[in-house]
Design a protein around this ligand. Structure first.
Ligand SMILES: NC(=O)c1ccc[n+]([C@@H]2O[C@H](COP(=O)([O-])OP(=O)(O)OC[C@H]3O[C@@H](n4cnc5c(N)ncnc54)[C@H](O)[C@@H]3O)[C@@H](O)[C@H]2O)c1
Length: 348
């Protein structure tokens, strides 16, 4: 697989796939040569708009008939396991959109399939690839604020996400699975593994089937504590969507990521501020550009993984622990108790 342009296929030509397709066009070292969607109109439209000639409505037919290095799965979770297992059976590297799966059992099976096939398996967890979080991780690794002891990650807005993703209003497990999983990945990435957690959820907006807000308290194995909160039913002016607010305290200082995309570093030497507002891609637009830029960053990383120069960030295996936090949050809410994560994972 080393060297040369990597040949990729995209499965799932829906709402978010357009970011994938544009992103792949911006990334050096990889090219999408085939697309597939159960809906022929969507597959054909994407093929036409992105100049991809090989268009399929059946993933197996595409995998059997196309010379590929990797497959990018951008469908919704119910199809993830079957598609990832199929791709692995062809010995190809696979990327799967978050959430990896609806159940821990399915996610484990996907990780096992990739391990057995000996292929790289990445989860498209682009939040940790947002410029603000890339900078925060670098500062934490450099010891700028010492040992991290407390974090708050907060994603609150009132943006109409249902206009472009109508299925979000119908799913029973909503905001924790859709957005919480991103925040939990970032919390683990920055603050380490979680020992136990508590969670409260609420359903605020009429007509939305699942929970549309949650507040979680995480105790990390390091002893640090994180507060992770999210609401899709907040009235805030100006509308901060899709920005995440972060506040991380260490024993030597504090890192602050504001919703206007500024990173402030507070230490004994005073406060310094820098912009973490990324460039708007030629195909992108504000305020989506932070997400769009993170897709490009993630995909560039995928090329490094395919070339054997980087380890997956995150891998499917790593993402099992993130999914565990998300699923355990529902148990914490329903059973009104703290969940011990080691115990929870043993029971699965
Ligand atoms: N990382 C992010 O920032 C981000 C943002 C939005 C959505 N997402 C994720 O992206 C995924 C897709 O979301 P979306 O809003 O684009 O969904 P969507 O419903 O618009 O698109 C999914 C597409 O997959 C196709 N599909 C389903 N099963 C298939 C199969 N077996 N073979 C071929 N095609 C199949 C459907 O026909 C549909 O066109 C979800 O998992 C969602 O959580 C991620």
């Amino acid at each position: 697989m080393a060297g040369g342009i990597k040949r990729g296929a995209l499965i799932g030509c829906g709402f978010f796939s357009l970011n994938h397709l544009h992103g792949w066009q911006d990334v050096r070292g990889a090219q999408i040569v085939a697309v597939c969607d159960l809906d022929s109109h969507k597959a054909e439209a994407v093929g036409r708009d992105f100049g991809v000639e090989a268009v399929f409505t059946d993933a197996e037919t595409m995998l059997a008939q196309t010379n590929l290095d990797f497959v990018d799965v951008a469908t919704t979770p119910p199809s993830h396991r079957a598609l990832v297992e199929r791709v692995c059976s062809h010995g190809l590297a696979v990327i799967c959109q978050k959430p990896i799966a609806d159940t821990y059992e399915d996610a484990k099976a996907m990780v096992d399939a990739a391990r057995s096939a000996g292929v790289p398996f990445l989860i498209h967890e682009n939040f940790r690839w947002q410029m603000g979080f890339v900078r925060i991780k670098a500062e934490l690794d450099a010891g700028r604020i010492g040992t991290p002891r407390f974090a708050r990650l907060s994603f609150r807005h009132g943006f109409d996400v249902y206009a472009t993703q109508p299925y979000l209003a119908t799913i029973e497990r909503f905001v924790l699975m859709d957005l919480g999983i991103h925040l939990y990945d970032v919390a683990r990435h920055l603050m380490g593994e979680v020992d136990h957690l508590a969670c409260e959820t609420a359903s605020l907006r009429p007509g939305v089937a699942g929970e549309d807000s949650f507040t979680s308290l995480l105790r990390h194995t390091s002893g640090a504590v994180s507060l992770v909160d999210c609401s899709f039913a907040s009235t805030i002016h100006p509308e901060p969507f899709p920005a995440t607010l972060a506040w991380i305290e260490g024993d030597k200082g504090t890192l602050e990521l504001t919703t206007d995309l500024c990173l402030r570093i507070h230490t004994a030497d005073g406060k310094v501020a820098e912009s973490v507002d990324p460039p708007v891609p030629a195909w992108g637009e504000r305020p989506w550009h932070t997400i769009q830029d993170s897709v490009i960053r993630f995909q560039s990383h995928v090329v490094d993984v395919l070339n054997g120069t980087a380890d997956p960030q995150p891998s499917g295996r790593d993402n099992l622990n993130t999914l565990a936090l998300t699923l355990a949050s529902y148990d914490a809410m329903q059973e009104r108790r703290m969940i011990d994560m080691a115990q929870w994972q043993e029971q699965q």
